[in-house]
Each structure stands twice: as C-alpha cells, then as structure tokens.
Design a protein around this ligand. Structure first.
Ligand SMILES: Nc1nc2c(ncn2[C@@H]2O[C@H](COP(=O)(O)OP(=O)(O)OP(=O)(O)O)[C@@H](O)[C@H]2O)c(=O)[nH]1
Length: 433
C-alpha cells in the first residue's frame, strides 16, 4: 500500500515552484471535518508563504458549498457570491439537497468564467501580457484548494460536479482528498467498509488520484484503519472479534461479505495514499502535502495520458462517424455518376432540350407518339418507356435531398466541436429556463 504515514516531514517547502499549481478537492461526509481540514491546510500554506514571501504565493481558494453559513477562511472564488442558495430553494420550491444541486448547476454554467479566472491567476500568462506588467513579479500559487458540499453525492454524481471536475483536471493536476472521520469510521468493521466502498465509488467516478485523509487523529489514531487496509487478516480478526463480542445473530452473511470485500479491496488500497491528520492540532499536515506531491506526479504520469486518451477516443469516435458519412456520400455519388451516364443507365434516352417553340411542339408530339404505344406513328423509333427513366427524376430528387441532409449532418458534426463540458453547461443553462 502506498501509505505515506512513514514519510519524512514535508519537503514541499523546499521544492521549486511548479509550472501549474495542484488542485486539491476536499470531499468528505458531513461532519468529517472537511471545512476544518481546509482551514488547516490553508493556514499551513499561508504560513509557508509568510516564511518565504519572495518565492511563494498563498493558495488560491474556492468554496463550492453553497449552503455553508460561514467559512473560517477567505475564498478567492465563492459559489455564494454568484448563487443564493436560499433563494434557489424558494424559487424552485426545493429541499436542501435539491437547492445545493441546483445552485451547483447554476454555478457550473459559469464554468468558463471560473476557469478563465483560475487560469489567469494561477497559470503563467503569455509573454505579451506579462511584459505589460513588468513592474510586478507575479509568483503563482502552488496550490488551489477547493471545498465541496458535505452532501457528497450531490457533488460527485451530478452533471455539474462532473463539469467542474473535468474542467479543473484539464487545466491543472488535480487530486481528491477524501476526508474521513477516523473515530467514527473505525468504530466497527462495517462502518469502515462502508466508508471504503464510498471512497472507491468516488475514485472510479472521478478517475482522479485520491488521498485518504484520516482526520481527527487527536481523538483516535489512524493505526487501526491503516492496519485493516494493509493486512486483510487483521481486518478479518477484528471482524471475528466483533461477532464474538456482540454474538450477532445472522452475522454469518455479513461476516462473509465483509471478509470477501477485504480481499477484493486490496487492489484498491494499493492505489491510494493514506495519511492520518488532526485538523484541530495540525499534526500530519506536512505528510499530507508530501502525499499531494506524490499524487501530482502520478497525475502527470498516469492520469493525464489516460485523460488525453479518453478525449482522443471521443474525438476518434466523432471522426469515425464523419468518415462513415463521407463514404456513404461517396457511394451515393458513384451511383449518381452512373445514373448520369457511366453505368448501366448510360444507354437510356437523354432528353434533348428544345431550342425553339416549334421544336418543343415537335418533341412533345414525338413523345406522345412514343408513349402511346402500339405500332403506329413514329416509324421505327418506338422505344418502350424505360422504368428507370420514369423513376429517374424522383430518384434524383431523393438523392439530392439525402445528400443535402447528410451535408448538413456532416456540417453539424464538424461544428459540434465544443468541449463536452461546455455542451452540458449549455444544456443545464437551458434546462434552468
Ligand atoms: N477533535 C477533532 N475535532 C475535529 C477535527 N476536525 C474537525 N473537528 C470537529 O468536527 C466537527 C465537524 O467539523 P467541520 O469542519 O464542520 O466538518 P465538515 O465536514 O465541514 O462538516 P459540514 O460543514 O457539515 O460538511 C466540528 O465540531 C469540528 O470542530 C479534528 O481534527 N479533531
């Protein structure tokens, strides 16, 4: 397991300024201590900045919890500045969760502005702009801290959450800090397992590197949790002990499920960094920043190429569809060229255009004679009306219509280039009326 609990104290202070700051998204169940943790890491980075004012910048902070009454830290971007959660609840007649979700949806429609601001403040600007501000020596923040609503599912499983996360991860190395209330989670093995399964679902949904932050270690150390993760036999022993202590009826099913889960989850545990912290006292915070640095490297190494691959796949699928359209058009054009004289229809009659009124009259008389059938009239030139000839005009019309539709479709496909995020944002904007 990639536990960082035995790592040396933070080296982040001595590290050179990275190109792009790492975005730390704090996710945790209500009461896990997420906000206190945010406050603590924010204070840690501010303190670091005070010690190295010429080489470091304070973190850039975002609050995405619309329902929080007051945050004990200053945010550079606060969802509450653009969305009034209470008003949203009233206006849309929603409960607390619906209010948070709708507020996030409304906020995500501003994702372009948010990202524009973030990139302006946290990424090196093009030379022309920096030259204009030559007098200022801009030191960029090395961390972007993001607080999220305690209603995890509202953030992680909503379209707006996905939009915000994917927009962030496409501009910055992004890491999830999953905050866990250690005393509560290690109360028993089933609570522990439930929390781990929840963390897994977040990991697989967001597909971002994750650090498990066992908080409140001043109340209870994270050692039990770490042992249960490292050694499934230790977990199974704890489970057995619980069963004996409580003489649980029908615990056989639960017991064997938890046993099996502990084996299955080994792979998942290996992918995680684990740190024990106390947001109250600050113990373990430097270790957390070490874990962030490790995850930043992991993001660049594994996640970014994977993200780019997924994007290329999506683009590839679009290109494949376009390719199919083109080949269908080419096939149709081939048929058309045959129809116009190179294929089996080439022998068909080609109607000459009349040049004068008398020509036209003569031609129409000829035609009448032709189509009247019977042996009379026309002297030797009588031709049976060709079925194809009858069908030809409508086939042409159909072809042209189909071609037009396909051109339009191809055009739409080409113009449908905006990022999925922007499209979804637009969808949300429209659905909000
Ligand atoms: N002893 C101890 N208490 C903590 C620690 N971190 C947070 N708490 C307490 O846990 C409670 C919840 O903390 P919050 O930071 O409000 O938790 P939250 O996850 O942001 O909660 P929501 O705002 O409801 O999402 C508060 O009473 C904190 O004082 C810690 O490290 N040690």
């Amino acid at each position: 397991m990639a536990s960082t609990t035995s790592n040396p104290p933070s080296a982040s202070a001595q590290q050179p300024q990275p190109q792009a700051p790492v975005a730390i998204i704090c996710i945790g169940m209500a009461g896990s201590g997420k906000t206190t943790f945010m406050q603590r890491i924010n204070a840690h980075l501010h303190q670091h900045h005070q010690h190295h004012p010429t080489t470091t910048a304070p973190p850039y902070v975002l609050n995405l919890d619309p329902a929080v009454r007051s945050v004990p830290f200053e945010s550079n971007i606060d969802i509450r500045d653009s969305v009034n959660y209470k008003e949203v609840m009233k206006q849309y007649n929603l409960g607390p969760n619906g209010g948070i979700l709708t507020s996030l949806n409304l906020f995500s429609t501003k994702i372009d502005q948010v990202m524009g601001l973030l990139e302006k403040r946290c990424l090196p600007q093009p030379a022309s702009q920096t030259q204009q501000q030559e007098t200022k020596t801009d030191i960029l923040p090395s961390h972007i801290l993001i607080d999220t609503p305690g209603q995890i599912e509202v953030f992680v499983w909503s379209a707006s959450g996905a939009i915000l996360l994917s927009a962030l991860a496409s501009s910055f190395p992004t890491v999830i800090a999953y905050i866990i209330d250690t005393p509560r989670t290690t109360e028993n093995t089933s609570t522990f397992m439930s929390n781990m399964l929840y963390a897994i679902s977040i990991l697989y949904k967001t597909r971002l590197p994750m650090i498990l932050v066992f908080n409140k270690t001043d109340v209870k150390a994270e050692t039990d949790a770490v042992e249960w993760m490292r050694d499934f036999e230790a977990f199974q022993a704890a489970l057995k002990k619980e069963e004996e202590e409580h003489e649980r009826e029908g615990s056989g099913y639960m017991g064997s499920l938890l046993n099996s889960m502990s084996l299955v989850l080994e792979e998942f545990y290996n992918a995680l960094s684990v740190v024990g912290v106390s947001s109250m006292t600050g113990v373990g915070i430097p270790l957390f920043f070490d874990a962030v640095e490790a995850k930043r490297a992991e993001f660049e190494r594994d996640y970014r190429p994977e993200m780019q691959r997924r994007r290329a796949d999506a683009e590839g699928m679009k290109a494949e569809m376009r390719e199919k359209e083109v080949s269908r058009m080419m096939r149709d054009m081939n048929v058309s060229s045959k129809a116009k004289g190179t294929g089996k229809y080439a022998g068909g009659r080609v109607r000459e255009e009349p040049e004068t009124v008398s020509d036209a009259e003569a031609m129409s008389e000829d035609e009448e004679g032709d189509y009247e059938g019977g042996g009379g009239g026309g002297g030797g030139g009588l031709v049976e009306p060709d079925e194809h000839e009858e069908a030809e005009p409508s086939e042409d019309a159909m072809f042209e219509e189909g071609l037009k539709a396909r051109y339009e479709a191809a055009l739409r496909e080409q113009q449908g280039g905006p990022a999925a995020a922007a499209r979804s944002a637009d969808y949300i904007r429209r659905s909000q009326g």
